[in-house]
Every structure is written in C-alpha cells, then in structure tokens.
Design a protein around this ligand. Structure first.
Ligand SMILES: C[S@@+](CC[C@H](N)C(=O)[O-])C[C@H]1O[C@@H](n2cnc3c(N)ncnc32)[C@H](O)[C@@H]1O
Length: 450
C-alpha cells in the first residue's frame, strides 16, 4: 500500500511505519522526535511525522494495550515500537468514535483498514534484521487485538494515565494548578494545533494577504494583530507568498510577544533567547529597531539568520550572538537596552500539541532545574535594561513554577521592577466554537524599570 502525500510522491506504508517506529523507539530512549525526523528521507517525512506524532499523543494507552498482548517483555526496542505504532493505528476508528461524542476529532492520521495495518506492519518487520525474526509475534499480537479490542479497552477504562495519555506526575500537577479546567487543558493539548501564520507587515498588509488566500480558496480566521489561522492544514509551500517571505509559521499565542513590547523606531532591543527567531522577526516587523539576538545554541542561532534573511529582516542593524545570557559579562558591551524580550528556556509543557514527545521526555525534576536557570537569566539580564525600559518575561509552559511564580520572584527581587498589564497564563483550552484551541500555552509577564 502506498501513502499519498500532498507535497511529494507516494511512498510504501510499510516504510513509513518502519520510520515512525524508529522515531518512537528514539523517544523512548530519550531523544527528541524533531531531531530524529531530520534524518527521515524528505519524501517520507510528513507521513512519518503524522504517524509518530499520533503515536506520541496516545503512547501510554498503546503501551498498556501492548502489556496485555505480550506475555513477556518485547524482544527488543524496535519490535516494541512497531507494536506501539500499529496499535495506535488500529485504535484510530475507536478513538474517532469516542471523539465524535466529544467533538474533538483528530484527523491528523489517515484511517487504515485493520487488515492493511497488520499486513503493512508485518512487511515493516522485514526491513530490519532485529525485527524480521519476530514477524509472527507481531502478527499474532495485532490479530488478537482486532479480535479482543472491546475487552482489552474495557480493562483500561478506569486508568487515568491511559485515559489522558500523560505521565502521572503531569496529570497531578495540572489538576492541582487548574482544578476546574484540568481535563480541558490535558485533552486539548492531545489534538494537533492549527496552522497559524504571521503576516510579514513589512512586506504586505494583512487584509491584502488574506485577499490572496480567499482567491486561492483557503479558509482562515484572524487572531490578534498579525495572525491568520488556516482552517485546514496544508503544505506551507502551497501558501501564496510563503516562499517570498510574505508570511511565516508562528502560533497565535507566540505572536502576542511582538505586540506586548511597545517597540519604536530607533530603539535598542535585546532578544535574549532568540532561536529559531520567530519573535525576533516579529519585533523587526513592528518597528525599525536595532536588534541584538542572543542564543546559546550556535546551530539554532543559524536558523535565526536563515529565517531573518528569508523574511527580508537581516541587515547591519541586527547583531546575532551565540552566548550564554545567564552570564552577561561574556558578551554585553555595557550599553543599556530599551526593551528586553526574555523567552527563557522552559519545559515547553505549553506546546505539547506541536511537540507531543515532550510529554514523555520531561521528568518532574526538570521543572525545578529550568526554574532555577530562568531566575539566573532574569537576574543577569535586569542590569542590562535602561531605567524606563520594558522587560517581557515569556515561557511556553503551563506549569506555574515557570510562570506566575517567576513573575512574583521578579517583582520581589528587583525593587525597581513595576509589573504592568499582560495576559499572564494563557491556556490552550477547547471551547464550543473552537474545539481546537487557537493558541498554545504561554506565560507572559511585562515589567517596566522604574
Ligand atoms: C523558547 S526557545 C526561544 C524561542 C524563540 N524566542 C522564538 O520565538 O523563536 C528558548 C531558547 O533559549 C535558548 N537558551 C537556553 N539557555 C540559554 C542561555 N543560557 N543563554 C542563551 N540562550 C539560551 C535555547 O537554545 C532556545 O533556543
């Protein structure tokens, strides 16, 4: 069976399943899915991504189903991952039936007939010597799943981790932090986010850009000042003006950063944790500023350069530095900044719908570690801000330890910090009109130096 693909030629499903299983195997070994996907052949990438993302969203229930099907531990990690991926695909119809009741349909993976999933998974086992010998085992497990699906699921019906597909500690923390909204927060982040664009206002007005979308038959809705949310995902290359830099992909919640800092022409602005540069570009679109963009990761910083060049914002007013902002002595020349954007490293718990591997890669102990680093970064950066200047603290987290608690720390630590109006914690919540939340989870706190 071939997987048809909007942007590249069709590829055999067994190969896609094989790559998706390797992706799952890598995540279970602690590696990021995004990094793994970079190694997948280009023509298979989008199909592998949708299946492996789907599997990440439903990993725990597939793991628990596999425990019921395997009489002993899987013979190796590849066979285990093949089983998890195929169980995920086999349970798509079941999940869709349930989702229809909840009005939360995940259409990100195609619906394959059960016999197709079994046949193609068995073929996929033949693609590597580590799995080839276990095709009989996989075949038997999957056929048993098809026969006993109802019973197997009924044994899991009271299992909360399985129901929500998050680690236990994560569920407990969200419950404690959002006692009335926790189920919505968890469920909404298990659906893929919409494809959201930021219109490059240096090149085109949003109304004019939307006119070209309408002419191309693309449905959208507007959000905030610069965002356009497409009602249906599509390959970015097919978006009119994308190749010419008229727009960039950026979540609507992330686009608030550019509108909260009141940048004006001629200002000196620091983007302290800049890569891959979405917010850097947005600020450069909103005023004619001098931008110092710093990131500790040289490879990620090169993406800032590429992105700024693509959008037409790279000039001698932009300085890119690969440095550690938690130690300003190494790179700061002593000139105070008018505005600072500190989109500090965090657990990224607010963007799991776009990076579903995060749920399984993070440990509870990571929260304290990132919170400590965030405080160190803020303490260092505060001295580089002009009196009267603005400081925007941002995380893409839904954990209060990285959000509100840090904002209070800033207020209490710096006597000259005045907290201004800002959205605070943004949660990705499903509503009746938008079962898929329009924005990811972010935290924003804005300060002015007295
Ligand atoms: C949330 S991401 C920034 C996203 C970016 N602002 C955007 O909108 O595209 C956090 C970034 O902080 C960088 N980072 C982590 N620790 C850092 C440090 N000590 N100094 C500078 N950058 C750091 C990471 O490499 C990562 O690129």
């Amino acid at each position: 069976m071939l997987v048809s693909n909007q942007s590249s030629p069709s590829v055999p499903l067994c190969q896609v399943l094989f790559h998706a299983s390797n992706a799952v195997k890598q995540v279970l070994a602690g590696q990021s899915l995004t990094e793994f996907l970079e190694s997948v052949p280009k023509e298979q990438k989008s199909a592998v991504q949708s299946i492996s993302f789907y599997c990440m969203r439903h990993l725990l229930s597939s793991q628990k189903l596999s425990q019921q099907l395997l009489t002993k531990k899987a013979p190796n990690s590849l066979v285990y991952a093949l089983l998890l991926v195929s169980l995920c695909l086999l349970s798509v119809p079941k999940r869709h039936a349930k989702a229809l009741e909840l009005d939360q349909l995940d259409e990100s993976v195609p619906f394959y007939q059960a016999f197709t999933v079994v046949d193609e998974t068995v073929k996929a086992t033949q693609l590597h010597k580590k799995s080839a010998a276990f095709k009989g085992l996989i075949n038997a497990c999957l056929r048993r799943y098809i026969r006993e699906e109802e019973v197997l699921w009924s044994l899991l019906k009271d299992d909360e981790e399985c129901q929500f597909n998050y680690p236990k500690w994560w569920i407990q923390l969200i419950k404690k932090s959002y006692p009335t909204q926790w189920e919505n927060v968890l469920n909404a982040a298990n659906l893929p986010g919409p494809l959201t664009l930021r219109v490059n206002r240096k090149k085109i007005r949003r109304e004019e850009f939307c006119q070209t979308l309408t002419e191309s038959g693309i449905d959208y809705q507007l959000y905030g000042e610069d965002a356009v949310i497409l009602n249906k995902a599509m390959p970015v290359q097919a978006i009119p003006g994308f190749e010419q830099g008229l727009c960039a992909v950026q979540d609507a919640g992330a686009q608030l950063a550019g509108t909260l800092l009141p940048v004006k022409d001629g200002m000196q602005v620091l983007d302290a944790c800049a890569a891959p540069g979405g917010k850097t570009a947005h600020l450069l679109e909103r005023a004619d500023i001098y931008m110092t963009a710093v990131d500790i990761d040289q490879k990620r910083l090169s993406r800032v350069e590429q992105n700024l060049k693509h959008l037409g914002h790279y000039s001698d007013k932009v300085k890119l530095l690969s440095e550690d902002v938690s130690d300003v002595s190494a790179w700061w020349d002593g000139k105070l900044f008018d505005m600072i954007m500190a989109d500090v490293p965090c657990t990224a718990s607010g963007i799991v719908r776009r990076h579903p591997d995060i749920k399984w890669l993070r440990q509870e102990s990571d929260i304290q570690k990132t919170a400590d680093l965030q405080r160190k970064i803020v303490k260092n950066l505060w001295q580089t801000l002009k009196p009267g200047g603005y400081f925007l603290y941002i995380t893409c987290s839904v954990f209060p330890q990285e959000g509100e608690q840090q904002a209070q720390f800033i207020e209490q630590t710096f006597a000259d910090a005045c907290r201004l109006e800002a959205p605070g914690q943004l949660l990705p919540l499903a509503t009746v009109d938008n079962p898929r939340p329009l924005q990811d989870g972010f935290f924003y706190a804005l300060f002015q130096k007295k």
